[in-house]
Each structure stands twice: as C-alpha cells, then as structure tokens.
Design a protein around this ligand. Structure first.
Ligand code: MF3
Ligand code: CO
Ligand code: CO
Length: 277
C-alpha cells in the first residue's frame, strides 16, 4: 500500500549517505517535534490504572489531527496504529489494545508525527499509579543513559561515542542494553542513515557533522539484553521477561554539540518522576 507519507517521500531515498540539514530544516524539526512533545506531555494525565492502550492511541491520533499532523506509524510497513505502547517486559513496538493498564505497570508510549515532509519521533515511560522501586530505578537509569548519549554528540566525535556512553553507564548501573534495535537518522525520512547503536566504542561508526539529525532511543533491561519478536510480527519482548524501559529524543548536531528537538516545554521529559533541575 502507498500511503501519503510514502507518496511525499518518494523522491527521497536512503542511499547510504548521511543527509546534512540547514537552519530552515532545523526550524521545521523544532516545529514538528514540539507537537510530538506536547502530545507526550498531554498523555501524563491520561495514563492511569484502568485506561487501555487503545485509549492512549486514540488520544495520539486525535491530538495529531487537532494540530494538523498525522501519525507516521499509521500504515507504516503494515503497522496499524498511531503509537507504539510497550508495557513492562515489552521492549518496543507494542500494539495498542483494549486491556486496561494496571497499578504498577510501566508503559512506553512512542509517537512519531509527520507534517509537510518532516518527522518528529519521541517516546517516554509512564508509571501507572505507584510503581516498585526497581521499576523506578530502571526508568531513572534509562533516561540518564539517554542524556549521557546526547552529551557525547558533537562534530568530530563518532556515532560510537554515543553508544559507548550509554553502555558504560547502563552496565555500571547493572542494566543491560538491547542490541536488536537502534536509533536512526530522521527528518525527511522516518528511518534514515545513520544507525545509532546504543552500545559499542567511541571509534566505531561515522564521524558526526554539524547538520546531522537523528534519534537516540536506548532500551535498557533489568535482566539479560536478549529480545524476541512475537508471532504478531511486531511486539518485541525480553526473552527472560525482565522489565525493560526506553526514552527517545530527536537531536540535531550543532557547531559545538547538539540541539534536542523533543524536549518537553513543560519539563515533563520523565513523567511521574521528580523533575530534573
Ligand atoms: N517510533 C519508532 C522508532 O522510534 C518506530 C515505530 S515503527 C512502527 O523508530 F511501525 F512500529 F510504528
Ligand atoms: Co525512533
Ligand atoms: Co520512536
């Protein structure tokens, strides 16, 4: 099936080279990512015991339509939803359904909006009611690992510096890093070069240049790093059924570091956890 997103991006292709974006593109990414972040802000009040992930998905669709954007995941490679909703041992690509969330669950909501040729991709973890201390610790470590990956972004460093920063910190905190999914170039395309691995060494991967735009989206497990994809072809779970968490930001490389396009204007980057000063 050809979707509106496919039609709009048909002249573009992922030919293996890494796109460099100008200031106008950075402005467009600021705009689309602000809507994605505002949606994730709005979800904080909705995610409670008894609410289903289908209701979350409806909110994501309606919030998008109200703001003149469409969910890029709708009909993306056969995916049928406006969001991914990944609960407890689901690593990513969980499909919304009618089952109510339960007190103590942790759920990742991953939203990518599309408008006028631009994609804004971000995800956050939402505690459902009161969660256990080990779950809260996993959320804190996972968000901190994302911040450490972001801190490694600057022209001249390699993509491997991001992965190394995430892996070193995560493993020191006795969490494991999922290898099977990675961050990605984003902007005109939903998933573009380069791949951003969340593990590895500073000398790995291509050199970062001003104007690159990509996501960083580490998935950390309390148990082993191994995952499997269920028979539905999408839902990825930890093989040992251990608890897993993920946060995702879109960043653009600047002259001396990077700009985070998907920061919450409301300071809600880690919903349900104390705000970072
Ligand atoms: N938003 C996800 C990412 O971070 C991709 C979801 S693709 C879908 O890259 F088809 F599963 F929705
Ligand atoms: Co992504
Ligand atoms: Co995403």
């Amino acid at each position: 099936m050809v979707t509106y997103v496919d039609a709009a991006t048909a002249p573009l292709r992922n030919d293996g080279s890494i796109r460099l974006y100008n200031e106008e593109a950075f402005a467009a990414m600021r705009a689309i990512c602000a809507i994605t972040s505002a949606c994730l802000d709005g979800l904080a009040d909705l995610v409670k015991p008894g609410v289903s992930t289908a209701e979350i998905d409806r909110f994501v669709l309606e919030f998008g339509l109200d703001h003149g954007v469409v969910p890029a995941t709708l009909n993306y490679r056969g995916y049928k939803y406006s969001s991914c909703t990944s609960i407890n041992h689901v690593v990513c690509h969980g499909m919304p359904n009618d089952k109510p969330l339960r007190e103590g669950d942790i759920v990742n909501v991953d939203v990518t909006y599309y408008k006028d040729g631009w994609h804004g991709d971000s995800s956050r973890m939402y505690p459902v009611g009161t969660i256990k201390r080990n779950a809260e610790r996993l959320l804190e470590v996972t968000y901190e690992s994302l911040l450490r990956g972001i801190a490694a972004v600057k022209p001249g460093a390699r993509t491997g510096a991001i992965g190394a920063a995430i892996q070193t910190y995560a493993e020191a905190e006795r969490c494991s890093v999922v290898r099977d999914f990675c961050g990605h170039g984003v902007g005109r395309l939903f998933h573009d070069t380069p791949n951003i691995l969340h593990y590895g060494h500073p000398e790995d991967g291509p050199v970062l240049k001003e104007g690159m735009i990509f996501t960083i989206e580490p998935m950390l497990n309390l148990g082993k790093p191994h995952v499997k994809v269920l028979n539905d072809g999408w839902t990825a779970v930890t093989r040992d059924r251990s608890l897993t968490a993920q946060y995702e930001h879109c960043v653009g490389v600047t002259a001396d570091g990077c700009e985070i396009f998907t920061l919450s204007a409301a300071g809600q980057d880690r919903p349900g956890l104390p705000p970072l000063s």
